[in-house]
Design a protein around this ligand. Structure first.
Ligand code: S6P
Length: 580
């Protein structure tokens, strides 16, 4: 098997857009094989060697660890002198959601210790992007800069951490450009997972400034995503690992006088690797949940995650990301959190009036979903021993009156609860036992580990379920929504990859599918990409339709009928090719 780090492997694509050789046949795999593939892909986050390719640094490369040390020291300085200071975490899509999760969690922790809340988050598209996909603001550098400018008003010291897994989001690039024009106040940090020479000019300018400790770039390669380009998976997890390592080290230095050292950082990264090993030691149980979720989706049932505290938020995020990733319906997989928006603690407050996508409280689940719940639906509880287990039991009892298809992912942290009492409430419980040697009863660390572990489990369940229902083609998310320039480029690449047709031919087919017409007018082909993506936002299945059209040389209507006849996209394409 060819390793993605070899220079000849898909040389025209950045790492985050390459297809991962591990998952090449994921669409033909069974649940257990899917989980094993995901385990291997996620293990690449912690890979020590760059296989002799000097172009790549890994997470544990000394230059990366050293940069983490430097940035942690910046956090320490700000925490020691919080007046007029701010740490801003910012990104688009999943990167913005991780920024939100960390900023709100740490502010809550600071408040509980009677300290000033110095974190702020920015997500392109505002708070509604926490729960729904708002991909078009990602293309707007001016909006990025403006939002950051507003956040920094009145501040004298700002540490800005911009996250763009692909190092490609213009929104974040605009913010970094703003930082570089205000270096007296702002220290910018860029987190992403491609080598800088593949990325934007701004990243190169920042790399230069790093020598003077005025800006920092953290860009280890963590390998291609399990589903090509789906940076919600490894990208999101690796972002969480890096940021939590930085922020925790900064806090421990400021509050407990614990020196920030190279070995200390390495130790913290190793702990996250252990979290990976412990989580995936449950392959069989995880595969059983993947299977259950897939059966539900196949029967037109639903998957519901009901979580407590941040585990509930992780569930909501995972569920909402299925819509743009797999072209899933919003009802297919949904997440709910105990206490809804007061648990979210987001800047814009309760968004439930914005519509059904924003209904996230357990109470809403009980009122609107529970009465119609059936065995076709899979319900998964997400909790840890630190949650109110009486509340967990009471809700489990209500759910059981409607379905026996009730499961749990439970985190055992101290071993003090009564696991048997809880086990009897569910059809199966995936219990993850955390050795105290890993978290040493540090509540922040416990929380971080449970969250990442839950993220890995849910990413596996939602990805696996969609793979098993035929939503991916090999390891490509073929039914993606083409809602910004990155996704437009990716869609054309996918069409080229599978049809061998020219760029121009693929783009024409894509535009025909987007506009739903056989002949494009001159005006249409010359319109800019933003306009195309606005129209594409309103249409479903544009890439599968374009793919079948290209393969069968048929019309839009013919392509649609093939796709209706076969639930697995690869089969639809094969069938139309057989008829040629
Ligand atoms: C990816 C997810 C997207 C990305 C977003 C930002 O699975 O659906 O929303 O997070 O496009 O990407 P990046 O590369 O700037 O972090």
């Amino acid at each position: 098997m060819q390793h993605w780090q070899q220079p000849s492997y898909e040389p025209y694509l950045p790492v985050t857009e390459k297809s991962n050789p591990i998952t090449r046949d994921i669409d033909r795999a069974n649940p257990e094989e899917i989980v094993q593939m995901l385990q291997k892909c996620d293990a690449e986050i912690f890979e020590r060697t760059s296989h002799g390719n000097p172009m790549y640094q890994t997470l544990c490369s000394s230059s990366v660890v050293q940069t983490i040390v430097e940035v942690s020291k910046r956090v320490e300085v700000i925490l020691k002198d919080p007046e007029d200071s701010l740490i801003v975490l910012s990104g688009c899509g999943t990167s913005g959601r991780i920024a939100f999760l960390l900023a709100t969690s740490l502010n809550r922790w600071l408040a509980s210790h009677h300290q000033k809340q110095i974190y702020s988050y920015i997500i392109a598209g505002g708070d509604k992007a926490l729960l729904t996909s708002q991909e078009s603001p990602e293309d707007d550098p001016f909006l990025g800069a403006l939002t950051l400018d507003k956040a920094c008003v009145g501040k004298k010291h700002v540490l800005f951490i911009g996250i763009s897994c692909g190092l490609s989001a213009p929104f974040v690039a605009g913010q970094l450009d703003f930082c570089l024009r205000n270096l007296k106040i702002i220290t910018p940090v860029l987190i992403g997972f491609n080598p800088v020479d593949m990325a934007r000019e701004i990243a190169e300018r920042m790399n230069e400034l790093q020598k003077q400790k005025k800006a920092y770039v953290l860009n280890p390669a963590v390998g291609p995503e399990a589903i090509s380009g789906s940076s919600r998976m490894k990208g999101g997890s690796a972002t969480k690992v890096i940021l939590e390592t930085i922020l925790l080290a900064g806090h421990e230095a400021a509050c407990n006088n614990k020196a920030i050292t190279f070995n200390g950082i390495l130790h913290s990264l190793n702990k996250f690797e252990k979290v990976h090993q412990i989580t995936y030691s449950h392959t069989k149980e995880l595969a059983a949940l993947v299977e259950k979720a897939a059966v539900s989706l196949r029967r037109k049932g639903h998957v519901y995650y009901l979580g407590w505290q941040t585990l509930g938020i992780i569930g909501i995020i995972d569920a909402s990301e299925c819509i743009p990733t797999f072209g899933a319906g919003f009802e297919d997989i949904r997440g709910f959190v105990s206490n809804g928006f007061s648990e979210m603690n987001n800047k814009e407050g309760d968004l439930s009036s914005l519509g059904p996508h924003f209904i996230i409280d357990h109470k809403d689940f009980v009122h609107t979903i529970l009465p119609n719940l059936s065995d076709n639906d899979t319900v998964i509880f997400l909790y840890s021993e630190n949650d109110d287990l009486n509340e967990v039991s009471a809700l489990a009892k209500s759910v059981r009156q409607h379905t026996s298809n009730l499961h749990a992912i439970a985190h055992e942290l101290t071993g003090l609860s009564d696991p048997d009492r809880m086990r009897s409430q569910f059809m199966a419980v995936l219990t993850i036992k955390w050795p105290s040697s890993l978290h040493k009863y540090n509540p922040v660390l416990m929380k971080q580990h449970c969250e990442l572990s839950t993220k890995w489990c849910l990413n596996a369940i939602s990805t696996g379920a969609h793979v098993l229902t035929g939503k991916v083609y090999m390891n490509y998310m073929i039914d993606l929504r083409v809602t910004n320039s990155k996704l437009y480029r990716r869609a054309i690449h996918i069409l080229k990859r599978f049809t061998g047709s020219t760029q121009a031919y693929c783009e024409t087919a894509l535009l025909r599918a987007i506009y739903g017409i056989e002949e494009l007018s001159d005006g249409m082909s010359s319109t800019n990409v933003t306009q195309h993506t606005l129209v594409a936002n309103e249409r479903g299945s544009v890439v599968p339709i374009a793919l079948v059209m290209l393969q069968s040389r048929g019309t839009i209507a013919e392509a649609k009928s093939y796709l209706d006849a076969y639930s697995v996209i690869r089969d639809a394409v094969a069938a139309c090719q057989r008829l040629l």
